[in-house]
Write a protein that binds this ligand. Structure first.
Ligand code: SF4
Ligand code: NI
Ligand code: CU1
Length: 713
């Protein structure tokens, strides 16, 4: 046998033995009926569930899995067989990690890793992955001979926007190298045992279940999905033992190439397992092997600029300067002009004082960020679409934090980044470059002005910005499905959910919450062959459910025949499909004949007896499941929400956080269509009812309008 297959089988057999022993010991200690589960998932032990269809729920379910695992280890020379043995190692690792959660509710509490990644996080990664905002996933494992090398590699991935999961001593090495770590930085420590690498494997596996509509038990389909749709790869640092090699074989079986930093000589498998001895080449080689393209950076700054910094939070103590509406007048506004001569392209100007140098205390300043653009193809509707991106672009800046929009925002720049030379004019470069890069199709010329003079900001706010915001609000309020003649498709999520497409209308935004009708309209203008295609609003066959022949034709085309009929306004009849990254899910609560609406962040129980994750697993992957539907937060207050079934009168329960968030808008809609004041007071939440009986008595007490509606089924 070759050295390589020898090592793989050695590792797989070792893990199999370990797993069998651990399972037997656990059964002896806790009994076969003891519950086994990973925290925050509706997919049991996800690898086992996806690969075999077996739902492991208690310790007694595990011995059979160990049997399957052992049958994968054939000890035959053939490389394909050896890769199967690698899968056995993955299954063994999953079981060993699951047993940690039997021993201890949070076995990673005192670890520098996070262990199992819950479903909602994976769902939230859907959109950044499909847009290429996260271009790939790196798994970095082991212990580098020279710690600075692995820190450099991980920093490079971070700089390129990739998501890095770390296993082993590299975690401390990367931390010591000063790389900012955590989910918000896309550098995620999993744990120190090799088995914790399963926690990234199950992310890929659950992507197949959540987005890919994979039938559990379809191992071939699973391997095809991860190979073709999950852009992951593995880098190992330092010496590798047989267990690491067999885990690597599992990665290769899933389609993830492995780059090691030791010389494997003739044991290399081109394209799948390669040696790169010079760490300066590791990143380039890894990206090449997985065919990951990273967009060239549009702007050079004295600090990092990458989507990976988007979630970064700057605390007050670390803040050098703050521009915030609580203390000063602020606004940000992007306007188009009709005359190209009004604009000097790439002019960046500061009106008023720049941020003072060498300040001993926190500086607070007023700020109006104003951008003017000219473009032959520019439209007034695109102003707000581009303006809203300022939030993301400013957050991409390392050491910079931005929340809010329009005249209400908070911007912080850290002491660290100011010290490295980050100044207002750099932010002008950010805006100019990103606008030209992403909106060059509609913007020909662009200039940026920062106003920091308090009186001038006040004047600008009052005379220019507020009237424009008001006009935009009026435009949005008048934008109804009836007022337009075109809807749009969005098929961005098809890279993960091949048979899914959203239909985006003025009153129904994409289920991810990130694509409004205006966004889709701009998207089509920016890229006429892109993911947003227009649909003529014609040949309506049912006003109530929102059925259109043109929509059906468009969905058929967009999903290559997988879905041929969707309605815009019904949750029961041909409901719109879901990919998996929805902000909220609505599901039937049978006793009240109402709908519960649950947001992704909510971890508790709902009166349907299902958690968000369980409700969410009812639909997804482009499937139509009457009674269950994913949608954006803003859809909840839409007059078109479940319109065919009685609209918002069907909403009986929401988590409190969600209810508070949508209250103002929902109450406004309710006042208008139901004539009810403070409608949200009639809607239950987890502090009022966690089961159907309590929910019913609350609804009766409040005289909730759902009680007089027809049954849903
Ligand atoms: Fe995906 Fe729909 Fe959002 Fe487009 S609108 S990104 S298809 S969820
Ligand atoms: Ni930031
Ligand atoms: Cu999606």
């Amino acid at each position: 046998m070759s050295v390589l297959t020898d090592l793989i089988y050695g590792g797989s057999n070792a893990v199999a033995g370990l797993t069998e022993g651990a399972v037997n010991a656990a059964i002896e200690k806790y009994g076969a009926d003891k519950e086994v589960k990973m925290p925050g998932t509706a997919y049991y032990l996800p690898t086992i569930y996806a690969a075999t269809g077996v739902k492991v729920e208690k310790l007694g379910d595990l011995p059979a899995c160990v049997g399957v695992l052992k049958s994968l280890i054939t000890n035959q020379e053939d490389l394909g067989q050896a890769l199967n043995a690698g899968l056995a190692t993955a299954v063994g690792a999953e079981i060993l990690e699951a047993l940690k959660y039997v021993e201890n509710e949070d076995p990673y509490a005192n670890e520098s890793g996070i262990g199992f990644v819950p479903d909602p996080i994976i769902r939230s990664l859907g959109v950044p992955l499909v847009t290429g905002d996260i271009p790939g996933v790196a798994v970095v494992l082991g212990k580098a001979e020279n710690p600075a090398d692995v820190a450099d590699v991980v920093r490079d991935y971070q700089d390129k926007g990739l998501m890095t999961f770390m296993v082993g001593d590299v975690i401390e090495q990367v931390a010591e190298g000063g790389v900012k770590m955590g989910l918000e930085y896309r550098v995620i420590p999993l744990g120190h045992d090799v088995t914790s690498v399963i926690h990234v494997v199950t992310v890929a596996v659950r992507a197949a279940l959540i987005f890919g509509n994979l039938e559990p038990g379809n191992l071939g389909g699973l391997l095809e999905y991860t190979k073709n749709r999950v852009p992951a790869f593995v880098n190992t640092f330092g010496a590798i033992d047989s267990v690491v090699v067999s885990a690597g074989a599992g990665a290769i079986a899933l389609g993830f190439p492995v780059v090691v930093d030791i010389d494997l000589g003739e044991n290399q498998v081109p394209g799948a397992l390669e040696s790169v001895l010079d760490h300066k080449e590791t990143v380039a080689k890894s990206l090449e092997l997985r065919n990951i393209k990273v967009k060239a950076k549009a702007v050079q700054l004295p600090v990092g600029f990458a989507a990976a910094f988007e979630g970064e939070i700057i605390r007050k103590n670390d803040c050098y300067v703050e521009f915030d509406s609580d203390h000063n007048p602020t606004c940000e506004l992007l306007r188009m002009v009709e005359d190209p001569n009004e604009i000097e392209d790439h002019k960046i100007e500061i009106v008023g004082p720049d941020v003072p140098e060498n300040a001993a205390e926190l500086i607070r300043m007023p700020l109006a960020t104003t951008v003017r653009v000219y473009g032959a193809k520019m439209q007034p509707d695109f102003e707000s679409v581009i303006e809203r991106k300022i939030h993301s672009w400013f957050n991409y800046v390392e050491g910079m934090y931005h929340t809010g929009q329009r005249n209400l925002f908070r911007i912080r720049i850290s002491k660290d980044s100011f010290g490295k030379g980050l100044r207002l004019k750099d932010l002008g470069e950010v805006l100019y470059s990103m606008i030209m890069d992403e909106f060059g199709e509609v913007v020909d010329k662009c200039e940026v002005t920062f106003i920091t003079d308090k009186e001038k900001v006040e004047k600008f706010l009052e005379e220019v910005a507020m009237p424009i915001y008001d006009a935009r609000d009026d435009r949005l309020a008048s934008l109804t499905d009836e007022s337009v003649d075109t809807f749009y498709t969005c098929i961005l999520c098809q890279s993960f959910a091949p048979s899914h497409a959203c239909i985006v209308t003025p009153e129904r935004l994409g289920l991810c919450g990130a694509v409004s009708w205006l966004d889709a309209k701009a998207g089509y203008q920016l890229k006429p062959t892109g993911p947003n295609q227009p649909i003529k609003k014609e040949r309506c066959t049912n006003e109530k459910t929102g059925a259109y022949e043109t929509v059906n034709e468009a969905i058929g085309e967009a999903t290559h025949g997988a879905v041929t009929q969707v309605t815009l306004y019904s949750i029961m009849e041909d409901p719109m499909t879901s990919c998996g990254c929805f902000e909220c899910i609505s599901g039937i609560e049978p006793m009240s004949n109402g709908l519960v609406v649950v947001n992704r962040e909510y971890k508790g129980m709902t009166p349907t007896g299902m958690t968000f994750g369980e409700l969410a697993s009812m639909t997804g992957g482009g499937e139509q499941t009457p009674g269950f539907m994913g949608h954006g937060r803003h859809f909840i207050s839409s007059k078109k929400f479940a319109y065919a079934e009685g609209g918002i009168s069907r909403i009986v329960w929401m988590p409190k956080e969600l209810k508070d968030d949508v209250a103002e808008r929902l109450n406004k809609t309710a006042k208008e269509v139901l004539g009810i004041d403070n409608y949200t007071d009639m809607i239950a939440d987890e502090t009022i009812a966690e089961d159907a009986d309590a929910l019913m008595s609350f609804l009766q007490e409040k005289g909730h309008p759902v009680l007089s509606l027809d049954p849903l089924m």
